[in-house]
Write a protein that binds this ligand. Structure first.
Ligand SMILES: [Zn+2]
Length: 412
């Protein structure tokens, strides 16, 4: 793939020569017949490789028509790549061990190493990295070494979805050596298809000559029957994570309901942001922010605040909006820390933060904050207590302005 670097790139020159210069055909000493230049990125900076190509001086020797490249070249970078192995491993590690997104890897490469790659190129390298990693993980000899000290093994199978929207991968893992054995995307997890995977796991265990003492999976019929068929005498335990999730189902349902309620209450973010942006566009140094058309007049008391203070206040409001949006869109969390609970805690933190800001402005004394941020004003995050009156007030006021009933109009 053609790769364009800035004109003024400063390349370190690495000269490489053939280590064994005796002709593979006749054994005579080979001569340098040509040079190959190649530029690539390494973690040490941009490098230009100068590869000295050798051939046999005897025109009748088969070694005369084929050139020998320096052996070391392949240890620096595979043919035709724009990056060295070190950058390749860095990318693979970021992706597979740190779970970084491709855009993030791209910007980290630029920031930390001044290496500019397209997202497509990074995706291509990641694919190769995964192929190599899978081949390495499944190498029978490496596997045998890994399990040398282990007597008994515990196997598990589960359907995973590594990335949203992608097909489900059925993954067979071994828990004593903590290794993924293999994974396959099954179009339909029928008993036959799953049976094939279980039989493969059995073949691997036999090849390693290890005793399977336990299987762990969820209670899917296909798993249960296939494991019973291939491993009739091995106990099969259901996965405690799935068990916990099932037990917690009613909690999660209530939690999900609470999330809906909270999202219903904290509305009008876009309206607030639009009003702030409109206000910022309109405000001029002489402070005509008191223009009645601007919906944020309360932010700008011309008597006490200057334009830069108003700007700062606007930025603060926008930052709060961004934070609250992030909280409302966060769906992380499991049965032990449900997403709704996390959301309530995070919103409470925002509420505390706003109150601190306001108290500071007013010189300290914590107020009864019934005139504060309305949705947050009454401890209404207790989940299943949707007071219709209160939420009606909330949505009405929060649509109007971020500080709807701030009576003294101090800049927030
Ligand atoms: Zn020769």
């Amino acid at each position: 793939m053609p790769y364009h670097r800035p004109e003024d790139t400063d390349f370190a020159l690495w000269e490489l020569d053939v280590l064994d210069r005796s002709c593979p055909g006749c054994g005579r000493m080979m001569y340098i017949c040509d040079h190959r230049y190649r530029r690539l990125h390494t973690l040490q900076g941009p490098v230009e490789l100068l590869c000295k190509l050798n051939h046999c001086p005897d025109p009748h020797c088969p070694g005369h028509t084929r050139t020998e490249s320096p052996e070391l070249e392949a240890t620096i970078a595979p043919p035709h790549w724009a990056i060295g192995w070190d950058v390749f491993c860095w990318i693979g590690h970021r992706r597979c061990a740190r779970h970084r997104s491709i855009p993030l890897i791209r910007s980290e490469l630029i920031d930390a190493h001044r290496i500019k790659l397209s997202e497509d190129a990074i995706a291509g390298y990641i694919q190769r990295y995964q192929a190599m990693l899978a081949a390495r993980q499944q190498d029978p000899e490496a596997l045998r070494r890994h399990y040398e000290a282990v007597e008994e093994i515990i196997l598990s199978i589960d359907g995973l979805q590594p990335e949203k929207g992608h097909e489900t991968l059925d993954v067979v893992r071994e828990l004593t050596g903590k290794r993924v054995w293999f994974a396959e995307a099954l179009l339909s997890a029928t008993a036959d298809e799953v049976g094939r995977l279980i039989a493969r796991a059995k073949a691997w265990a036999e090849h390693l000559d290890k005793t399977v003492v336990l299987w762990i999976s969820d209670k899917q019929d296909a798993f249960v029957t296939a494991i019973a068929a291939e491993f009739p005498d091995v106990p099969h335990r259901y996965c405690d994570n799935h068990f916990l999730r099932d037990v917690a189902k009613p909690v999660l349902e209530a939690d999900s309901h609470a999330k809906v309620q909270m999202r219903k209450k904290v509305r009008g973010l876009r309206g607030v942001e639009r009003a702030v942006l409109k206000h910022q566009r309109r405000s001029t140094p002489d402070g005509d922010a008191s223009d009645p058309a601007a919906s944020l007049t309360l932010l700008a008391d011309p008597a006490t605040s200057c334009a830069s203070e108003i700007d700062t206040a606007c930025d603060v409001v926008l930052d709060y909006c961004a934070a609250v949006r992030g909280i409302l869109n966060d769906d992380q969390g499991g049965p032990l820390h449900p997403p709704g609970l996390r959301m309530a805690e995070a919103l409470q933190e925002v509420r505390d933060s706003i109150r601190r800001d306001r108290d500071e402005q007013k010189g300290g004394s914590p107020r009864s904050n019934s005139d504060g941020w309305p949705a947050a004003s009454t401890g209404a995050w207790t989940m299943c207590e949707p007071s219709t009156r209160r939420s009606a007030t909330t949505s009405k006021t929060s649509k109007r302005s971020p500080q709807p009933s701030n009576p003294d109009g101090t800049p927030s």
